[in-house]
Design a protein around this ligand. Structure first.
Ligand code: GDD
Ligand code: MN
Length: 367
């Protein structure tokens, strides 16, 4: 049992007692590993004292180093072949531990989640905004796992699931990390009632939310490297397009430039913007800028050529051949360019993936 604690003095004793009652009633031999980050309220000291009565190993860390790293340290320190993680604040009912372990042992599951969002599960006394945040967070992870409550901090795994797997401890969602990267064939859920913490305060803040979004993006990159980067590339391209149009407009309207001059400036600025974001964010590259930047510009220039050729073909040959575009010509011109933007972005994406940022795409993504 891994229990990370930070300022849980008023909860930890009841937790330890209930865990031991529940486990011994089911004949489960339990070792608790309490990972305390030098809680100012003396939780660590209290845990040491409880260790005289129960089988508890207390890990004292120097300061508040985060929930996920605490869990990972707990994994390393624990002796068991089955690892259970739960919060110390009594939000998670220890009485459910035997049912979770039974699924691992008897039904051969590799991971079992204590779930609020399957039949029989629920959340008690949560304010509206926490419910909404929780639901949104769960929605964001939909493409990563089929589990109904991947946000849960209450779960059990067989040790082999994470043996030799590199787990990234950013953010709070270690269960999600394991669901995506662990060696899991079968995962199951056990319904729980998530009680609001009895004492103390939640440590979840805004920075946790932002870290979570970043964590999710990285997990998508791990699971679907090409699709995730294609979407990011398109997103960057969308912003680049807005920049391009803004500069074109300003050049012509405010600075009285010839429109092709204005567009040439706009193109270079927007494309430089795209390069910076794609290098840093889409491909997370640390390669040499003086090599990658010209490569990227060259790809974009080829893309521009392709754009003109495809637009010409669509407007002059394809549309007339299928009999559209005779009237309302400008609408069809824009329609044609929208199609071309999609095709050219795809060309740019693959050219940059296979050339400019080929290192990042052939190696396994670093998450
Ligand atoms: N060692 C250590 N270090 N423990 C920590 C730290 C830390 O930096 N931050 C939090 N903890 C401990 C708390 O003492 C508690 O036992 C547990 O981690 C969860 O912290 P809470 O502050 O109670 O989190 P929460 O209730 O907001 O979030 C819980 O529910 C979420 C579901 O909505 C957690 O279980 C989340 O993982 C879960 O996603
Ligand atoms: Mn809590």
């Amino acid at each position: 049992m891994i229990v990370p604690t930070y300022n849980e003095r008023d909860n930890v004793e009841e937790l330890v007692r209930r865990v031991n009652v529940a486990c011994s009633a089911s004949g489960i031999d339990v070792e608790m590993v309490i990972v305390d980050d030098n809680s100012p309220d003396g939780t660590g000291q209290l845990a040491d004292d409880l260790g005289k009565k129960y089988d508890i190993k207390v890990i004292h860390r120097a300061g508040k180093l985060g929930l996920s790293t605490a869990v990972l340290e707990g994994f390393d320190a624990a002796k068991g072949e089955i690892l259970v993680v739960m919060d110390a604040d009594l939000s998670h009912p220890p009485e459910k531990i035997p049912a979770m372990i039974a699924k691992l042992v008897d039904e051969n599951a590799d991971m079992v989640i204590g779930s609020r969002y399957i039949k029989g599960g629920m959340v008690e006394n949560w304010p509206f905004h926490r419910r909404v945040i929780s639901k949104c967070a769960t929605l964001l992870a939909k493409g990563l796992t089929k589990v109904k409550d991947p946000m849960s901090g209450f779960f059990a795994i067989k040790r082999e699931v994470i043996d030799g797997v590199e787990l990234n401890p950013i953010g709070y969602k270690i269960a999600l990390e394991i669901l995506v990267k662990g060696r899991i064939k079968k995962v199951d859920e056990v319904p729980i009632t998530f009680a609001d913490r009895k004492a103390g305060k939640s440590k979840l803040g805004t920075s946790v939310t932002l870290k979570y979004v970043d964590h999710c993006i990285k997990l998508y990159e791990h699971k679907k490297p090409w699709l995730a980067r294609y979407i990011k590339f398109a997103f960057v391209g969308g912003i680049g397009t807005v920049i391009n149009l803004a500069i074109l407009w300003a050049g012509v309207e405010l600075f009285m430039l010839y429109y092709l001059t204005a567009e040439a400036i706009a193109f270079v600025v927007a494309d430089t913007n795209n390069f910076i974001w794609n290098r840093w964010w889409t491909f997370r590259s640390k390669g040499k800028i003086r090599i990658q930047y010209p490569q990227f510009l060259l790809v974009s220039l080829d893309g521009l050529m392709l754009n003109l050729i495809l637009l010409y073909l669509l407007v002059e040959s394809v549309f007339p051949a299928v009999g559209v575009g005779q009237d309302k010509a400008s609408v069809y011109l824009l329609l044609a360019q929208v199609i071309v933007i999609f095709l050219v972005s795809t060309f740019n994406f693959f050219a940059n993936s296979l050339w400019t940022f080929s290192k990042e795409m052939t190696f396994k993504p670093k998450v």
